[in-house]
Design a binder for this molecule. Structure first.
Ligand SMILES: Nc1nc2c(ncn2[C@@H]2O[C@H](COP(=O)(O)OP(=O)(O)O[C@H]3O[C@H](CO)[C@@H](O)[C@H](O)[C@@H]3O)[C@@H](O)[C@H]2O)c(=O)[nH]1
Length: 239
């Protein structure tokens, strides 16, 4: 049987400063653990020149390790994953942020957990065990906690952190969930877990520390929050 291969989907929008660090850490942790991998960078026409940095990283680390699948304009986080999976050659997919809030040191823990329990999905949690959030102001903490509380009550997902987005999926599971999911943008992450529960996929959690970005800005704005509330109500009604 062929060894597992892990495709890391890395969506980027204005991540020029962060990209070299996150790629270096991904390469380091995969090299140390010996798992086979590729990183697929999905840049949405970032005006800060992220794609040029990605091209330079591809030159350094090689085209087999750094795959570029850019799009011309900003089309949202959810569709970036949809686009990325089309090009993934691994049998497992890892999705994570490129802004250093998700540390690649957790990836080997996700993989170990998946292998131990033969899970379909392993999801990072900030809200149990050693998990935590560092660097957010009170407003952002309240938004995240509030969103989690509401989704826990309405959707009863069986995972402690529904709005996080550091996850490992079996590729065919992710593909089926993507096909079933309607939401775009931030609520996409939440719908993925809600649909996974509907389909009876097994899900494990790994505590992670989420550290607020130092460079660049979050793309979470008023419209995303409105879309999120609409999305929760839609999932409450349909799952
Ligand atoms: N390609 C592409 N990438 C995008 C887009 N919007 C954001 N990204 C990339 O997606 C990642 C997360 O975006 P942020 O805007 O930094 O997210 P955040 O506000 O910190 O939110 C994070 O935490 C939330 C939970 O608290 C998560 O729900 C969310 O998915 C994300 O992980 C980053 O790598 C960013 O460059 C887009 O339209 N297109």
């Amino acid at each position: 049987m062929a060894p597992n291969k892990y495709s890391i989907l890395l969506p980027t929008y204005n991540e020029r400063e962060n990209l070299p660090f996150i790629i270096w850490l991904i390469v380091k942790h995969f090299s140390e653990s010996g798992f086979e991998y590729e990183v697929i960078i999905i840049d949405d026409g970032s005006p800060d020149g992220t794609l040029q940095v990605a091209e330079e990283l591809q030159r350094i680390y090689g085209k087999d390790k750094i795959v570029l699948r850019p799009r011309e304009k900003k089309l949202g986080l959810g569709t970036a994953y949809v686009h990325g999976i089309k090009h993934a050659t691994g049998n497992f997919i890892i999705i994570m942020d490129a802004d250093m809030s998700h540390h690649p040191k957790f990836i080997p823990k996700f993989i170990t957990k998946q292998v131990e329990g033969n899970y379909d999905i392993v999801t990072g949690t900030r809200y149990t065990g050693d998990g935590g959030v560092y660097g957010w102001d009170l407003k952002r903490k309240c938004i995240s906690r509030g969103a989690n509380f509401v989704t826990q009550v309405l959707l009863r997902p069986g995972v402690s952190d529904l709005t996080g987005s550091f996850r490992l999926y079996r590729k065919e599971v992710l593909q089926r969930l993507i096909d079933a999911c309607i939401s775009k943008g931030y609520v996409f992450q939440m719908e993925m877990i809600a649909r996974a529960r509907q389909f009876n996929y097994s899900i494990a959690e790994v505590p992670i520390s989420f550290v607020d970005r130092v460079y660049g800005e979050s793309k979470l704005g008023g419209q995303e929050i409105v879309d999120f509330i609409k999305g929760v109500l839609f999932l409450f009604a349909t799952t």
